[in-house]
Design a protein around this ligand. Structure first.
Ligand SMILES: [Zn+2]
Length: 273
């Protein structure tokens, strides 16, 4: 089997990819991990996100004897999201508890006193869990969104009480970190992480709202041009009283499409009544 090809997305683009891709595995649990090492300081201009994906893969293949990188998805401090192992393959995330699982590695060390998670990283981690819950029709709770810390080395889950009263001790890693959204216990996840995911799921799309202003054409005919300049090519002509959405303004020109270069002369538009 060929090795996975890594692809790095913005959160918006990853969401589009997720929505437009069919998956054959039944997914009922989302695993959250931190990489611990590499940590934030290991990311440099020379050793960027792609370098560390390849590096993690080498360790997973050479040292752990896995067939490929263990995780399906990696998130970065920049807010970027990388697709890694194909989602249709079982991950190597929590030994003994990978069936039905999606494995996410969050790049960094989120133990108390280590990396301070960037705002973009926080936002992406919440959005990613929200978009996966939506895509696979899960409600975020202690059964569907899980931490590595909650399982022993064989993949058997500790009792809630043992996890919440810190009796897990050295039997398991702290992963995804003792400071991950307020802590790595079930209590902490229920108090902090799950409500954040739930509120992100309530957005119609997890994408940030695009600001547009509604305007009306006041000229009898208005040229729509390919750029903000009177010498640009005319794409079409719109009639008086047509409503348009203005997404951007530049030098007296208004962009009336969110996805294409479509510009009109701003002074020929008026506010809606
Ligand atoms: Zn882990």
């Amino acid at each position: 089997m060929p090795l996975a090809s890594f692809r790095i997305f913005s959160a918006d683009d990853f969401e589009s990819y997720l929505q437009s891709t069919q998956f054959s595995r039944v997914i009922n649990v989302i695993q959250n991990h931190h990489t611990w090492k590499p940590a934030y300081t290991h990311l440099t201009a020379q050793r960027g996100e792609m370098y560390w994906l390849e590096s993690m893969r080498r360790v997973h293949i050479n040292d752990r004897k896995w067939s490929d990188i263990g995780q399906h998805i990696t998130t970065f401090p920049s807010g970027n999201i990388a697709s890694c192992r194909p989602i249709d393959l079982v991950p190597a995330g929590i030994r003994g508890a990978n069936t039905g699982g999606i494995c996410i590695e969050h790049f960094g060390n989120f133990d108390i006193g280590a990396d301070v998670m960037t705002a973009s990283h926080q936002e992406t981690i919440i959005r990613l869990n929200a978009m996966l819950c939506k895509r696979f029709q899960l409600q975020p709770n202690k059964k569907t969104v899980v931490y590595h810390h909650w399982y022993d080395q064989r993949g058997i889950r500790f009792s809630d009480e043992k996890i919440n009263t810190h009796q897990v001790g050295n039997e398991q890693k702290s992963c995804p970190g003792t400071a991950f959204f307020g802590g790595n216990t079930i209590d902490a996840a229920e108090a902090n992480f799950f409500p954040l995911i739930e509120s992100a799921m309530e957005q119609p799309s997890a994408k940030p709202t695009v600001h547009a202003t509604k305007k009306v054409v006041k000229a009898s005919a208005l040229n729509v041009r390919l750029g903000p300049d009177k010498n640009e090519k005319i794409l079409r002509v719109i009639k008086k009283d047509t409503e348009v959405q203005v997404y951007q303004e530049r030098n007296g020109w208004s962009k009336i499409s969110n996805t294409a270069e479509e510009w009109v002369f701003s002074s020929l538009l008026t506010d809606t009544q």
